[in-house]
Design a protein around this ligand. Sequence first.
Ligand code: TTP
Ligand code: MG
Ligand code: MG
Length: 501
Amino acid sequence: MRRGPGRWPGRGLGVGLLVMARTLPAGTDGWPVGEQRLWSTPYGGVLCMPGGPLPGRVGGSGYVREVRTHASVLHLDLDAFFAAVEQRDKPSLRGRPVVVGGVGGRGVVATASYEARRYGVRSAMTTREARSRCPHAAFLTGRFTAYREASVVVMRILRAASPLVEPLSLDEAFLDLGAAGLGDLEVDTVTAFGHELRERVCAATGGLTASVGIGTSKFIAKVASDLDKPDGLVVVPPGTEQQLLRPMHVSVIPGVGPATAERLRRAGVHTVADLESVGAEELVRLVGKAHGNGLYRLARADDDRAVVPEREAKSVSVEGTHDTDLTDRTIMAHLLTRQAGEVATRLRKHGLSGRTISIKVRLHDFTTLSRSSTLASPTDQAAVVARTARGLLSDLDTSGGVRLLGVGVSGLADWVQEDLFGETEELDEEPETPLDPAPEARRSWAPGMDVVHEDLGRGWVWGSGRGVVTVRFETAQSASGPVRSYAVDDPRLTPFTLEQT
Ligand code: TTP
Ligand code: MG
Ligand code: MG
């Protein structure tokens, strides 16, 4: 029987690869289960330590979980993240409306620059609607490698500032300032720290701006970071939380989506102040037990959740993003096979195996699909993972092109079932044939993608159609550059990938 640490570090694996190690089930009180074992830190901050004393207001072990008394939670979120990276790398787009997302007929907006938001363009809106609201915007498909790279830089800066960093997505994270080694956690001190952190992020990313909120809880810090977006800093002094929340719409509370908001509206509850006046029993009756109790507390800014830097591994997965649409099924199958090999290697390294194999596919229009299949017994074999993953892919319609492919194994056990039966030899792996996505990539010139021309150097695709591709020659470091058009099959023009740098 092989045993491993049962944990996965959850860090990026290099260009285009990501290991995900999360997904926590929600506890009965609505908070994620993994956040329930807490030790106090100086200044009322809390540190997650598996095996620590159980939380509770009874203080059985001398420890009482309470809302922090200092503004020691910081939330940072980059401004118009994907669009800001595009404006950084494409000088001619700075100060102009930029929309990133699916540019095809069924595409949706991932994000819009603040210049485009002035015309009413929003995330999740159809690109068709966005085009009608802001026809003069630049409409670009995403360059995930560039976003991933910027995110890594930002997270590195945050981790250098405090060991307690909890990333929420590529562009945002919580920081526990109680562990940041500041002299104290008074409002002036944390405000100065917030300014400095924003400057560090901007300098390290080549000019990306971040908005920061600081408060006594995750809830308040997240609300605060949104108050002065973009490029803002808001500190909510301890004791003023309810004053801030009361006039706000109930949808400001995490977990209050359209359905809950509608139920509350029908009961005459619009603002947080309205919500605060509703008794706990009445709330439970309106929205259910688990949700009702959580709402009752959050309406009073009662949030003691810890900033959790690393969560227990629930899955091991590898995913790769592509700056051009993949359409060739053979190439996709090979990529999945390669990723399955990577996942299996990691599983074995940590003595893990899992029963559920999943694939993740992001289509050209930014729709993300996942499919999974559960085996009779756990596996850590590359061939089994690969075969299952390819089977899952074959059920999906990918004819429009694929931007991201990933393979994961979950339902992890810390021993390998086959070991018990002495069947540990590698199954026959598919032979690896050379993988060259370049001819595929050359056929589709997606707006926004990086290219390089033999004579004119680096640029990006401004648009293509009717056998012609138009390129603007500029980079983050250059001035706004000239535009030239070429035949789509001009051999002097090739896609540019980060590996070429
Ligand atoms: P957000 O932080 O929600 O948005 P944003 O950074 O674009 O803008 P803001 O200034 O309001 O923070 O999301 C971060 C990135 O995640 C965003 O740039 C694009 C991507 N994203 C999607 O792909 N789809 C979505 O629906 C949303 C909301 C974001
Ligand atoms: Mg953002
Ligand atoms: Mg965000």
